[in-house]
Design a protein around this ligand. Sequence first.
Ligand code: 5GP
Ligand code: ZN
Length: 111
Amino acid sequence: MSDCLFCKIIAGEIPSDQVYQDEQVIVFKDINPSAPVHLLVVPRLHIDSLNDMDDTHSELISHMMLLLPKIAKEQGLTGGFRTILNTGTEGGQLVFHLHIHLLGGKQLPGF
Ligand code: 5GP
Ligand code: ZN
């Protein structure tokens, strides 16, 4: 996906402020944070959105979900955190490379 912003970040072609990486995902700071901690958990594999996941991705999405509380703990989010996964244009998705937002560090407003 040569025209994908997050693929370029994963490839190191566009800089990002990374806080974690492993063989399956990278986690970096959102460029326009909505909370004191606002991270994006992004699979190295290009998948457009949750609509494009299937059973072959079950281990990957499980890994991403279980990583969230670990990253939150590392970031000191002892009071809790919010996760957001926007899907499709009407869902507010702007970057069509699957990602999970991880937000915290203050009392977040009701949704
Ligand atoms: P979406 O609306 O697709 O769920 O969220 C995309 C997120 O990517 C937005 O919160 C936006 O601020 C973030 N973003 C867009 N471009 C960049 C970038 O170049 N670098 C980083 N770190 N985040 C970005
Ligand atoms: Zn991509």
